[in-house]
Design a protein around this ligand. Structure first.
Ligand code: 0A1
Ligand code: ZN
Length: 850
C-alpha cells in the first residue's frame, strides 16, 4: 500500500462542472440500502473528465441522459468514479446512478449508519461519498430533493417536507448546499414540538426528535433553540429561512452535533436534560451547542467554505457567535473565564506540542483530524481580536457586508478579511498571520516610571512549531487599564495595538506610579510573561476592576504557590489569606467565586513547570495540589461551612445561571471541606441530592476519599437504565481514582458487560476519564499509557475517527522526563506498527512522533 498523500491548500482548483439539481431516492434497509441519485450537471470547462467521489459503494447502474453508460466510458476505483470527457455531452446532461450500501456494517459512523435501530447520517467532512457518487467537496453547492422509502414511521431530510404517504416521504431543500450538509434520519421517533415566529412574521415548525421515553427531557433544548433564533435576529439580523427546523438526538455519534441544513443531528448527551440526570455544566453545554449548530445556518450553511482548509471560516466565527450568545444570556465575566480556561487547557496545549498547526492549515492527510481546538477555539479568538481592533460598529458593518456579499457562496479567509478591509478601511495584511502561523506568542512586558510618565514595553516572540521554524510579529490587541495604589482606576481600559517585535506605549500625566492591569478580558490568545511580585498579584486579585484579570491574578498566585510546593515549599500564607477574602466575597457573585476557588489543574501546573524548565512530576503535582487544598480548608473551615450552608437551594430546580452559580460555589466548598470531614458531608449529599450536579460532585469527593463503594453501587442501581448517566458513572471513577489505582480501575470497568466500547460516548467516558486523570495516566509504571494504547488499537478498525481524536492524549509527551517520554513514544510506536492502521490514526501518530 502506498502512503497517503497530503492535500494542499495551494493546489485548489475549481470543480469543472456545475451541479444544478440533485434528486436522491433512498430505499432503506439495514444491510442493503439502495441509493438512486440523479444529478443535473453543466460542464464549466470543456474537455474535463467528470470525477465523482465514492467509497464503499456497490455500483448497480449508471446512466447518462437515460442511457446505460458502457463500462469503457468510465473507471471505477476504491475512491471514486471517473467518466471520460469524450463520453460527456458539451452542454447540460443528467447522470443517474444506483448504488447499494450497508448501513448496519458502518461502525465508523461516517455516511449512512444505524444507531439503536434508526438510520442516520454524518456527512461532514467527507461522509457523503460513502452514500453515493458525488463531487464531495464544499464548493459544489446544489438544491436537493430527497425521497425516502422505509416502513419506519419518521422519515426526515433537509429543507421542507413536500409530500408523504405510507412508507415514503419527500423533502426539498431550496437552498443550494454542499453535500456535507446533507442529512437523513429514519426511525421510530417521537417529537417535542413548538413554533417560532421570525422577525418578519414567518412561522417555523420546530421539532426535537428522540427515542420514545426521552421526550420529557427535551424541554430545555427547545427553549435554548428559541433563544438562539431570537438572539441571531437581534444581534446579527439573521432570520431562519425554512418552514421547519428539526433536531434529532442520536446515541452513537463521533462528535457533539452537526449543523445539517434544517435537520441538525445531535449526540443525545447534548440534547437530553433533566435535573436528576444532567449537571449544570451539561445544561450550559446543551444551550451553547444548540446555539452553535443553529448559528451555522448563516455562518456555515448559507455561506460555506470553499475547501476544508477554510474550516475556521465557519467554525471560528460560529464558536465566537455561540460564545457571545452565552455571554449575553449568562454572565459575561464567568463565560470569558471559562472560555479562556478551555482555550489554555486544549488549544495552548495543542499549540505547544507536536500537533501544532495554523488556524488555517496548509496541508492535511485526513481532514477529520483538523476539527481541533486551534481551528475552533483559536479561530474564535481571532474573530474576537478582529472585533476588538475594528470596534463594535466596524464589526457589525463588516458582518453585514459579509452576509450581503457572500450569501450562497463557498468563501475563503481572504474573502472574510477583505470584507473587514472594505467595511472599515483597515489593512489586515499583517493580521492575516494569525491564520497562517501556528504557535502561541509569548508576550513579555517591562515597565518604566519617570515620575509622571509610565511606559510599558512589550516584546513578542512565538516559538517554532512543526514546519514553521521562523515566526514574524503579529498584530496583538492588548487591553490595558491602570490602577492607583488605593485600587481606583486611574486610566480606564485602553486598547494598545502592538505590531512590532518590540514596542513601547506611554501613559502621560500620572500623579503616582500605577499598577498595570494588562491583557484585560484576555484580549489576545498569548502567554503573558511578566515578572511581578506576589504582593502586586494579590493587590490585583483584590482590586482589579476587570473581572477577568482579577480572576487571572488569583490563578497565577495559586499556580506559583503550587509550583513552589512541588519543590517542597509550604503553602503560601498570603495565598491562604487571599482565599479568605474570596470566600467572604463569593456569595455576592457565586459563579465567579466558584471559579476563584478552583485551583489550577494538575495539567496546568505541569505546563507551567515545563515552561519554567523543570520536567513535571505528576505524582508530586498531585500531592502538592492535595496539600494546598487541605491547607485552604483548614484555614477557612468555618467560612466554608457557612458558605456551603448558605448556598443550599430550597428549590424548585432551575438550570439558570444564577442558581447554577450557587450550586457551583456550594460544590467548590464541598470539595475543600471533603478532606477535613473525610467525606462525611459528601456521603450525606450523595444520597440526598436532588440534582445531578450535586450527586456527581459528592460522588467524586467520595472516590477521592476512597469510600465510594456503596455510593457507586447505589448510583448504578438507580441509573442502570440511563445510558447518559451511566457514562458519568464510568467516567467519574476513572477521573477521580487515586494515581496508583487509575489504570486498574479503568481495566476493571472496561471488563464490565455494560462497557459498550463501540459507543463513542461510553468509550470516551472511560478512556477520556483516564487521560484527564493526570497523575493516573502519567503514572511512572506506564500502566496508564499501556492500557490506553491497547484500547486505541482495538477501536481503530471499528471507528478510526474517534481513535485518532483520542490519540491526542499523548500530545504532551515532550513535556515529561526521559522515562515517561520513552514510555509514551513506545506506545505510539506500537500503535503505528499495527497492520492496517487507519489513515486517520496513522496521520496522528506520525505527527505525534515526528
Ligand atoms: N460541524 C460540526 C462538527 C462536526 C464535525 C465533524 C463531524 O463528523 C466528522 C461531526 C460534527 C460542528 O461544528 O458542530
Ligand atoms: Zn461548528
Amino acid at each position: 500500500m502506498t502512503a497517503p498523500q497530503p492535500k494542499r491548500l495551494a493546489d485548489y482548483t475549481p470543480y469543472p462542472f456545475r451541479v444544478d439539481q440533485v434528486a436522491l431516492t433512498f430505499r432503506l434497509a439495514p444491510c442493503a440500502t439502495q441509493v438512486l441519485a440523479r444529478l443535473d450537471l453543466t460542464p464549466q470547462s470543456p474537455g474535463a473528465d467528470l470525477r465523482l467521489d465514492g467509497e464503499g459503494l456497490r455500483l448497480l447502474a449508471l446512466r447518462l441522459d437515460g442511457h446505460a453508460l458502457p463500462p469503457a466510458d468510465y473507471t471505477l476505483t476504491e475512491t471514486g468514479l471517473t467518466i471520460a470527457a469524450r463520453a460527456l455531452p458539451a452542454a447540460a446532461f443528467v447522470l443517474e446512478s444506483e448504488v447499494e450500501i450497508d448501513p448496519a456494517a458502518n461502525t465508523a459512523l461516517e455516511g449512512l449508519y444505524m444507531s439503536g435501530g434508526m438510520f442516520c447520517t454524518q456527512c461532514e467532512a467527507e461522509g457523503f461519498r460513502h452514500i453515493t457518487f458525488y463531487p464531495d467537496r464544499p464548493d459544489v453547492m446544489a438544491p436537493f430533493r430527497v425521497r425516502i422509502e422505509s416502513d419506519l414511521p419518521v422519515l426526515l431530510s433537509n429543507g421542507n417536507p413536500v409530500a408523504q404517504g405510507t412508507g415514503w416521504a419527500e423533502w426539498h431543500d431550496p437552498w443550494p448546499k454542499p453535500a456535507y450538509l446533507f442529512a437523513l434520519v429514519a426511525g421510530d421517533l417521537v417529537a417535542l414540538r413548538d413554533r417560532f415566529t421570525t422577525a418578519s412574521g414567518r412561522s417555523v415548525d420546530l421539532a426535537i426528535w428522540v427515542r420514545r421515553g426521552d421526550e420529557a427531557r427535551c424541554g430545555f433544548a427547545m427553549e435554548a433553540l428559541k433563544r438562539s433564533m431570537r438572539w441571531d435576529e437581534e444581534a446579527y439580523g439573521r432570520e431562519y429561512d425554512l418552514d421547519v427546523f428539526n433536531i434529532v438526538a442520536v446515541d452513537d455519534f463521533n462528535m457533539g452535533a452537526m449543523e445539517n441544513k434544517g435537520l441538525n443531528i445531535f449526540n443525545s448527551k447534548l440534547v437530553l436534560a433533566s435535573p436528576e440526570t444532567a449537571t449544570d455544566a451539561d445544561y450550559e453545554r446543551i444551550e451553547s451547542v444548540i446555539a452553535h449548530e443553529y448559528f451555522h445556518n448563516w455562518t456555515g450553511n448559507r455561506i460555506t467554505c470553499r475547501d476544508w482548509f477554510q474550516l475556521c471560516l465557519k467554525e471560528g466565527l460560529t464558536v465566537y457567535r455561540d460564545q457571545q450568545f452565552t455571554s449575553d444570556i449568562r454572565s459575561a465575566a464567568v463565560k470569558r473565564i471559562e472560555d479562556v480556561l478551555a482555550l489554555r487547557a486544549r488549544q495552548f496545549r495543542e499549540d505547544q506540542g507536536p500537533l501544532a498547526h495554523p488556524v488555517r492549515p496548509e496541508s492535511y492527510i485526513e481532514i477529520n483530524n483538523f476539527y481541533t481546538a486551534t481551528v475552533y477555539e483559536k479561530g474564535a479568538e481571532v474573530v474576537g481580536m478582529l472585533r476588538r481592533l475594528v470596534g463594535d460598529d466596524g464589526y457589525r458593518r463588516a458582518l453585514d457586508l459579509y452576509f450581503d456579499r457572500h450569501d450562497g457562496q463557498a468563501a475563503t479567509i481572504e474573502d472574510w478579511l477583505t470584507v473587514f478591509e472594505h467595511a472599515t478601511g483597515r489593512d489586515l495584511t499583517q493580521f492575516k498571520r494569525w491564520y497562517s502561523e501556528a504557535g502561541t506568542p509569548r508576550l513579555r512586558v517591562t515597565e518604566d516610571w519617570d515620575g509622571s510618565r509610565y511606559t510599558l514595553t512589550f516584546t513578542q516572540e512565538t516559538p517554532p512549531t512543526p514546519g514553521q521554524p521562523v515566526k514574524t510579529p503579529r498584530v496583538i490587541p492588548i487591553a490595558v487599564g491602570l490602577l492607583g495604589q488605593n485600587g481606583d482606576e486611574v486610566v480606564p481600559t485602553r486598547l494598545l495595538e502592538m505590531t512590532e517585535a518590540s514596542q513601547s506605549f506611554a501613559f502621560e500625566g500620572l500623579a503616582a506610579r500605577p499598577v498595570p492591569s494588562i491583557l484585560r478580558g484576555f484580549s489576545a490568545p498569548v502567554v503573558l510573561e511578566r515578572e511581578t511580585t506576589q504582593a502586586e498579584r494579590a493587590f490585583l486579585f483584590a482590586h482589579d476592576t476587570d473581572p477577568f484579570n482579577r480572576w487571572e491574578a488569583g490563578r497565577s498566585l495559586a499556580r506559583s504557590a503550587l509550583m513552589a510546593m512541588v519543590g517542597g515549599a509550604a503553602p503560601d500564607p498570603d495565598l491562604i489569606a487571599a482565599y479568605g477574602r474570596v470566600l467572604a466575597d463569593a456569595p455576592a457573585d457565586p459563579a465567579f467565586g466558584a471559579l476563584c476557588l478552583r485551583l489550577p489543574s494538575e495539567d496546568e501546573i505541569a505546563t507551567a513547570l515545563h515552561a519554567a524548565g523543570t520536567p513535571p512530576d505528576p505524582a508530586e503535582i498531585h500531592g502538592a495540589r492535595a496539600r494546598l487544598t487541605h491547607a485552604i480548608a483548614t484555614a477557612h473551615e468555618g467560612a466554608l461551612q457557612a458558605v456551603f450552608a448558605a448556598m443550599a437551594d430550597p428549590g424548585p430546580f432551575s438550570p439558570d445561571a444564577a442558581p447554577a452559580g450557587r450550586r457551583a460555589l456550594r460544590m467548590a466548598c464541598l470539595g475543600l471541606l471533603n478532606r477535613l470531614d473525610n467525606g462525611a458531608r459528601a456521603e450525606r449529599l450523595c444520597d440526598a441530592a436532588t440534582t445531578m450536579t450535586e450527586r456527581l460532585a459528592a460522588l467524586a469527593c467520595l472516590i477521592e476519599m476512597n469510600r465510594a463503594a456503596g455510593a457507586l453501587a447505589r448510583f448504578r442501581d438507580g441509573f442502570a437504565h440511563d445510558r447518559l448517566v451511566m457514562d458519568k458513572w464510568f467516567m467519574v471513577q476513572v477521573l477521580h481514582a487515586a494515581p496508583d489505582l487509575a489504570a486498574e480501575t479503568a481495566a476493571h470497568l472496561a471488563a464490565l458487560p455494560d462497557f459498550d466500547w463501540k459507543n463513542p460516548n461510553r468509550f470516551r467516558a472511560l478512556m477520556g476519564g483516564l487521560a484527564a486523570n493526570h497523575a493516573g495516566f502519567h503514572h511512572a509504571s506506564g500502566a496508564g499509557y499501556r492500557f490506553y494504547a491497547d484500547w486505541l488499537i482495538r477501536l481503530d478498525p471499528i471507528n478510526p475517527q474517534t481513535t485518532a481524536r483520542m490519540s491526542t492524549a499523548f500530545e504532551t509527551w515532550p513535556r515529561y522526563d526521559a522515562h515517561r517520554q520513552a514510555l509514551m513514544r513506545a506506545e505510539l510506536g506500537r500503535i503505528s506498527a499495527q497492520p492496517g492502521l487507519s489513515r486517520d490514526t496513522g496521520e496522528m501518530v506520525a505527527r505525534l512522533l515526528a
